[in-house]
Design a protein around this ligand. Structure first.
Ligand code: HEC
Length: 140
């Protein structure tokens, strides 16, 4: 709606101002679209994320990935704590690329980490879903 208002101003502002307003409107529209997509999309379970994004390496333990269900490989990592594991997964570690910029939210990645770590002997509680009605975090 804001986009429409900006574009339908009756007077013609100086070209550089018009371009600025258009850029601002486009930015707003993009942020709105992202927020909407995040809000309406159903959150994936840890298992769904694992199958879509993690299994490729962790099922067979390729490129040095701790293998799914391998308690010996997971014990020292689990000992480092859940936050450590989530951070590693979001930012990437060793041969594992950053997973945070992909198709999944940080929360979904956390679920996948819990799923994977618990299969390897961990006992992390299922992460609590973020409140869908809460205002979205400010976007940059
Ligand atoms: C490209 C292959 C690859 C993919 C895809 C991948 N991983 Fe990994 N993962 C690795 C490797 C290799 C390591 C070992 C990194 C190291 O310790 O050097 C690792 C380590 C980890 C660790 C332990 C981190 C730590 O701090 O010890 C967690 C947790 C983990 N992965 C979770 C995931 C999750 C969840 C996904 C899917 C969202 C995923 N990984 C996808 C290769 C992968």
């Amino acid at each position: 709606m804001l986009v429409t208002l900006v574009l339908q101003k009756p007077f013609a502002p100086a070209p550089d101002l018009a371009a600025q307003e258009l850029a601002a409107a486009e930015r707003l529209q993009r942020v709105g679209t992202v927020a909407l997509r995040e809000a309406t999309r159903e959150l994936r379970t840890g298992q769904q994320v694992y199958q879509a994004a993690c299994m490729a390496c962790h099922a067979a333990g390729v490129v040095g990935a701790p293998k799914f269900g391998d308690a010996a490989a997971w014990a020292p990592r689990i000992g480092a704590g859940l936050e450590r594991l989530v951070t590693s997964t979001l930012q990437g570690k060793g041969a594992m690329g950053a997973q945070g910029g992909g198709a999944f939210s940080d929360f979904e990645i956390k679920r996948a980490v819990v799923y994977l770590a618990n299969a390897g002997g961990g006992n992390f509680p299922e992460p609590v879903a973020p409140d869908a009605t809460a205002a979205p975090a400010p976007q940059q």
